[in-house]
Ligand binder design. Structure first.
Ligand code: ADE
Ligand code: ZN
Length: 331
C-alpha cells in the first residue's frame, strides 16, 4: 500500500509554506541571519511541538518564521519543501503564505514574492512540480490591514491563484472580511477560507455566503449541521482536510476518531493535505498513510481522493488533463 500511495500523483491544496519550515533549516537560517531561537537544538525544537489547540501552535509557528528574512530564505524554504513533497509523489502544491506575519517583522511583500516565485520556477524546471500561490489574510488582525495588503499586492495580483483566510479562528468570523474578499472578487481573484476547524459550522456558512469561496479549508465541523452538509454536497464544495493537523491541534483526539469516513459517506468532495507538515508529523504521504492505517481504506478510495484534488486544483486545462492521465496510469 505504501508503494501504491507513493506512486499515486498527489496534488496538495492546503499547505502553509511557513509551516513547512523543518527545525534543521530553521537552525541554518537562524545562523545565517543572526536570529536567536528559543531552542538549543533541533531535538529541543521538535520536543516543543506539543500543542493544546490552534493558538498554542500559532504561537510557535509565528516565532519559528522569524528566521525568514531575505528572498533567498523564502526560496530555500519553499525548495526544501518541494523536494520532500516530490520524493513523496506530490506533483502539485498550492501554498498559502502569510504576508502580514512577515510585514510586522519588517519583511515586505516583494521580498517574499521574489523568493517564492524563484522557488516555483526551480521546482517546475528541476522536479516537474507545478504550484499555486494563495495569499492568506490573518483573521485575528484588523480587516483594514488585510485590505491594505491586498492593495499593496497590486503588482502581484496576476501571480495570485487565490486569497485565503487563516490564523486564530474562534471569535474571528469570515464576515469580518466580507469587504476584502469582495474586492478580491472584483479583481477576479478566486477565494478560499479556513472555516470549521475550531470554529462553528456557522463560519462555514459565512465563508460561502459572504466570502463566496470556491473551497473550504478544513470544514470538518460541518458534520454538526446536517443541512449544511447537504448544501456542501449539493454545491459540490471541496473541503481541504488535514487529518494529522487535526490530531496534533486536538480538533480530534485520535486519528481513528477523525470524521473523514463520515464526510466521504455524506458524499462530500474531500482532499487530504498536510497543513503545516514540519509541525504536525508529516507531509501528504504521511497523511494518506495515517488514513490507510486508521480506516483501512482500499485503493479506490485513495484514487477518488487524489482525483478530487486534481479536479479542484488551480491549474490550467493542459496540466489538469496531464494529471488525470498520470493518475489513471498510476494504478
Ligand atoms: N496557519 C497555519 N496553519 C494554520 C491552521 N491549521 N489553521 C489556521 N491558521 C493556520
Ligand atoms: Zn491551514
Amino acid at each position: 500500500m505504501r508503494d501504491f500511495l507513493t506512486r499515486l500523483p498527489k496534488a496538495e491544496l492546503h499547505l502553509h509554506i511557513e509551516g513547512s519550515l523543518e527545525p534543521e533549516l530553521m537552525f541554518v537560517l537562524a545562523e545565517r541571519n543572526g536570529v536567536a531561537l528559543p531552542y538549543g537544538s533541533v531535538e529541543e525544537a521538535r520536543a516543543a511541538y506539543d500543542f493544546q489547540d490552534l493558538q498554542s501552535f500559532l504561537d510557535l509557528y509565528y516565532r519559528g518564521m522569524s528566521v525568514l528574512r531575505t528572498a533567498e530564505d523564502f526560496h530555500d524554504l519553499a525548495m526544501d519543501y518541494f523536494r520532500r513533497a516530490h520524493a513523496e509523489g506530490v506533483v502539485h502544491v498550492e501554498m498559502h503564505f502569510d504576508p502580514q506575519a512577515h510585514r510586522v517583522r519588517g519583511i515586505e511583500l516583494p521580498v517574499v514574492m521574489e523568493g517564492l516565485s524563484l522557488a516555483r520556477r526551480h521546482a517546475e524546471r528541476e522536479l516537474g512540480l507545478s504550484s499555486a500561490l494563495i495569499m492568506a489574510f490573518l483573521r485575528d488582525r484588523e480587516a483594514a490591514e488585510a485590505m491594505a495588503v491586498l492593495e499593496e499586492a497590486a503588482p502581484y495580483w496576476e501571480m495570485l491563484d487565490a486569497v485565503g483566510l487563516d490564523s486564530a479562528e474562534r471569535g474571528h468570523p469570515p464576515s469580518k472580511f466580507t469587504e476584502v474578499f469582495m474586492r478580491a472578487a472584483q479583481l477576479g481573484i478566486p477565494r478560499v477560507a479556513h472555516a470549521g476547524e475550531e470554529g462553528p459550522p456557522a463560519y462555514i456558512r459565512e465563508a460561502l455566503d459572504r466570502l463566496d469561496v470556491c473551497r473550504i479549508d478544513h470544514g470538518v465541523r460541518c458534520l454538526e449541521d446536517p443541512a449544511l452538509v447537504a448544501r456542501l454536497r449539493d454545491e459540490g464544495m471541496v473541503l481541504t482536510v488535514c487529518p494529522l493537523s487535526n490530531v496534533r491541534l486536538k480538533v480530534v483526539e485520535r486519528i481513528e476518531d477523525h470524521p473523514l469516513p463520515q464526510l466521504l459517506e455524506a458524499g462530500l468532495r474531500v482532499t487530504l493535505n498536510s497543513d503545516d507538515p514540519a509541525y504536525f508529523g508529516g507531509g501528504v504521504l504521511d497523511n494518506y498513510l495515517a488514513c490507510q492505517r486508521a480506516f483501512g481504506w482500499d485503493e479506490a478510495t485513495f484514487i477518488q481522493l487524489a482525483g478530487t484534488a486534481i479536479e479542484a486544483a488551480f491549474i490550467g486545462d493542459a496540466r489538469r488533463t496531464e494529471l488525470r492521465h498520470r493518475l489513471a496510469a498510476s494504478y
